[in-house]
Design a protein around this ligand. Structure first.
Ligand code: 8OZ
Length: 360
């Protein structure tokens, strides 16, 4: 019987099990937003996962919105990531990088020359940005000109090329969680009147152009995509999420991607508080491998795999706190609890100091 420990092929990559490490922002990059030896050690420790998805990694300087997030746009960053991919591969693992542009979820303090963040429309998000000087109110972003879109798309393609140079097995396009591509997809943040706004077909156009460009650059078997249809994180919503995302997923079918990473629910909120959405309908529409993500434990993950609701399951908090989660699941061991105080700072503390199982 197929279960969480069964191998699976996602595009060009063979996984020994179906336990995927979800992308997790950890804010430990060094100067120049370059991954350090400590970052390499963190991922190396988690190499027994079937596939690691890295933390979200900006594709260009304008794509940054938080301190110390590792980029994939400079030569130094590519060199830094080489240490990470080498460490994971030497430990027998596989790793894909999540490509990110935050759009309006940024602040002039984090932008080149103190510029305004860019977005589909000049709509200020509610809330505050994480800056080097603490929390500061968001600004009203600058709406991208239609003529700027091709340059943005080519930044994704260049980042995908950089990812291959850095030794990654693949990439995941981050089109969720209220960041730039999601700001185009969802109606609350996209009020454009050009071919990138209005109808669902127009709102999905940028993501589809990005997928086209990265697939042309590195091949569809190395490309995945992250969607999160109803998360309100970063002040975002859609008037008709079921309709919007059924369309998006149907269109994504044409790329024959390595996987779709579907973030269910609404961030860290308990399941009872999730906004309604029929994820099984996306499963039925999507023809490729589906990774389901958010709040799974061993039992619910096994259930999702054995009933055919998912091909693999991504774990965030559990893999963050249990580098040897695969082994712990296998033997039914107790799990370490995540140190929520040190998710976004703390260097090695709450990062590379979680204990491994001691087998006596
Ligand atoms: C938490 C803090 C900062 C960024 C996401 C990249 O939600 C993130 C993120 C999460 O996709």
């Amino acid at each position: 019987m197929t279960d969480l420990f069964s191998p699976i092929r996602l595009g060009k990559t063979e996984l020994p099990n179906r336990i995927v490490m979800s992308s997790l922002t950890r804010n430990r990059a060094g100067r120049g937003n370059v991954p350090t030896d400590l970052v390499a050690e963190y991922y190396r420790q988690r190499a027994s996962a079937g596939l690691i998805l890295t933390e979200a990694s900006p594709i260009c300087p304008e794509g940054h919105g938080y301190p110390r997030t590792p980029g994939i746009h400079s030569a130094e960053q590519i060199e830094g990531w080489k240490k990470v991919t080498r460490a994971v591969h030497d430990a027998g693992g596989r790793i894909a990088i999540q490509l990110w542009h935050v759009g309006r979820i940024s602040h002039p303090d984090l932008q080149p020359d103190g510029a305004l963040p860019v977005a589909p429309s000049a709509l200020k998000p509610a809330g505050q940005a994480f800056t080097f000087e603490g929390m500061k109110d968001y600004f009203t972003p600058r709406a991208l000109e239609t003529s700027e879109i091709p340059g943005l798309v080519s930044n994704y393609a260049r980042a995908a090329k950089n990812a291959m140079e850095a030794g990654f097995d693949g990439i995941e396009i981050h089109a969720g969680n209220g960041y730039l591509l999601d700001q185009f997809l969802r109606s609350s943040t996209n009020r454009r009147t050009d071919i990138y706004g209005g109808s669902k077909e127009n709102r999905a156009r940028l993501l589809l152009e990005v997928l086209d460009a990265v697939c042309a650059e590195i091949g569809h078997g190395r490309v995945g995509v992250r969607l999160s249809p109803v998360t309100p994180f970063n002040d975002i919503s859609d008037e008709a999420p079921q309709e919007t995302f059924e369309y998006v997923v149907a269109e994504i079918n044409r790329f024959d991607l390595a996987f779709l990473d579907l973030l269910e629910g609404t961030g860290g909120a308990p399941k009872e508080a999730w906004l309604p959405f029929d994820y099984d309908s996306l499963r039925a529409i999507y023809r490729g491998n589906l990774i389901r993500n958010n709040g799974y434990d061993l039992a619910s993950a096994q259930d999702a795999i054995s009933t055919g609701k998912a091909d693999a399951i991504a774990f965030g908090r559990l893999l963050l706190a249990n580098p040897d989660l695969v082994e712990r699941f296998r033997v039914g061991a107790a799990l370490n609890a995540p140190d929520y105080e040190r998710l976004y700072f703390g260097e090695e503390k709450g990062y590379t100091d979680y204990p491994f199982l001691i087998i006596s």
